[in-house]
Design a protein around this ligand. Structure first.
Ligand SMILES: [Mn+2]
Length: 291
């Protein structure tokens, strides 16, 4: 049954490294699957010159908001049509739009953030000024001032927000943000010690507790960069491929509660021998085969 909408969110406005904007089209250019209803592409205006200066704490703020406002409408429309949206990135700032569109539709949701990074900075605590370091804080209503101006619905309760695979979280300020908000963090070491399936099941228990569903945001940089080098901000000593695929299987086992998915941060310009592309396509196809 054709019911999955793939939304290509071709952006790298949220990070000073270029190239993630080419990820979605690289993944979908020859993609065919009986589950796909539609493949929709959103690109930003090529005239925009991205800000790369280290000292700007709000890089590309207006352009990120403009892009996300359009993306939010596209994801919401897919949900309103009764379809299942998979948003392909692109840098992780796009999840502000996709996750908030999903909670706009479903009103009360949890979120699982598979990521090497916390993405829980605010404009006060960010070191880089890259907006892809803030989305989970925005979604969880910890930093919403300027980055969710297109959204008039609920936010995610941090008590139903879980990070899986974290290992590169800014010390001490971002860690303090997460602790103060009450977000659960399962580190890469937790995954290695307890097993990917166990940790992912725990994440679903927390995210689905008292909610109408779960948004899954899967950042490919959670995987070790030796295995998946095509990402903008690699963090060493990541999880291995068996663990990543085990997480995907557990996501699929919980598909009744999963309402929407992101697959983000694949950067073709930094990939080596298409290693990361193959992994991203494997994960995408597992979702297409099972949702
Ligand atoms: Mn991320």
């Amino acid at each position: 049954m054709k019911h999955i909408d793939i939304i290509n969110a071709c952006t790298d406005l949220g990070v000073h490294v270029n190239g993630a904007k080419f990820g979605p089209l690289e993944l979908t250019k020859n993609l065919e699957h009986s589950s796909i209803n539609n493949i929709i592409t959103l690109q930003y205006d090529d005239e925009i010159v991205k800000e790369r200066e280290k000292d700007n704490k709000k890089k590309n703020l207006d352009e990120v908001n403009k892009f996300n406002g359009k993306l939010y409408s596209m994801v919401l429309e897919s949900l309103e049509n009764g379809n299942f949206p998979i948003t392909l990135g692109g840098d992780h700032s796009l999840a502000i739009a996709s996750a908030l569109a999903s909670i706009k539709k479903h009103e009360n949701m949890g979120i699982i953030w598979f990521d090497a990074h916390g993405d829980f900075n605010t404009f006060d605590t960010t070191i880089s000024g890259n907006i892809h370091g803030l989305p989970l804080a925005v979604i969880a209503n910890y930093e919403k001032r300027e980055l969710a101006n297109f959204h008039n619905g609920n936010f995610y309760n941090p008590k139903n927000a879980v990070i899986v695979g974290g290992r590169d979280i800014d010390d001490p300020l971002e860690i303090e943000n997460l602790r103060e908000a009450g977000v659960t963090v399962f580190s890469t070491k937790d995954v290695q010690d307890e097993g990917a399936d166990v940790i992912t099941r725990k994440a679903f228990e927390i995210a689905s507790n008292g909610t109408n569903g779960v948004h899954v945001s899967f950042d490919i940089d959670m995987i070790d960069p030796k295995i998946a080098p095509g990402v903008s901000i690699p963090a060493k000593d990541g999880i291995d491929l068996d663990e990543a695929y085990s997480m995907v299987e557990t996501i699929i086992k919980n598909k009744k509660v999963v309402k929407s998915i992101d697959l983000v941060e694949y950067n073709p310009t930094l990939d080596i021998d298409k290693k990361t592309k193959v992994i991203a396509l494997n994960i995408l196809n597992k979702f297409l085969n099972n949702f």
